[in-house]
Design a protein around this ligand. Structure first.
Ligand code: OGA
Ligand code: MN
Length: 208
């Protein structure tokens, strides 16, 4: 994408986060960039480099809580498609720090592939007693996602009212960003394979 449209998207994200604590941006990356990331995720899968995701600090493997397979992105060994993603997220991190004074210091991210029928139950992205994860992000890599494919990200807008939620289609190029401490969310089961990259902007472990 051109740096102009990236700057625009980042400005929109900052505004939305300030106003409502979350942001949904369509076409954050263009089709070519998304396809490079999706192809890379599928290659990782066929090379056996996507692992069954585990849950929480105890790292319990619980298919009933989440059914996805993940691959952590390593800065030092980043593939060109990953580098592109990491650079954009780094710009976003700088913008968050300038506008919101969050003291974000690290970014961690992984690819996720949900096989058809799998889901991730309602959860918060902060582990109990740990607040390093300040902002969550999810980028979707699924071309031509249809409503009947399901697989929405359901974000609960009010922690104490389960009836207030927003469903977001995991459409290629859509980026969702939200304050990690404030929003319960879940992944609904999909009829087809669902690919995404989840990333967290973090503060230093000791000063949170
Ligand atoms: C997660 C998560 C949401 C999604 O990985 O913690 O909530 O839409 N992912 O993939
Ligand atoms: Mn989550």
């Amino acid at each position: 994408m051109s740096s102009h449209s990236l700057q625009n998207s980042i400005a929109n994200i900052i505004d939305s986060i300030e106003q409502q604590g979350y942001a949904v941006i369509e076409h954050f990356f263009n089709t070519q960039e998304i396809n490079a990331l999706a192809t890379h995720a599928q290659n990782l899968q066929s090379m056996g480099q996507m692992q069954k995701a585990k849950t929480g600090l105890a790292k319990i493997e619980t298919a009933s809580i989440r059914g996805d397979f993940i691959h952590w992105i390593e800065d030092s060994q980043a593939h060109s498609a990953e580098t592109y993603y990491l650079n954009a997220m780094n710009k976003l991190q700088q913008a968050f720090n300038q506008a919101l004074f969050l003291g974000l210091y690290e970014f961690e991210s992984h690819f996720a592939i949900y096989p058809p029928g799998s889901s991730y139950q309602k959860h918060l992205d902060q582990f109990i007693g740990k607040q390093e994860r300040k902002i969550s992000s999810v980028l979707y890599l699924n071309n031509q996602w249809q409503s009947y494919d399901g697989g929405e990200l359901r974000i609960y807008l009010d922690k104490s009212d389960g009836a207030k939620f927003l469903d977001i289609k995991p459409q290629a190029g859509t980026l969702v960003v939200f304050l990690s401490s404030d929003f319960l969310h879940e992944v609904l089961p999909a009829k087809r394979e669902r690919i995404s990259i989840t990333g967290w902007f973090r503060t230093r472990a000791l000063d949170s």
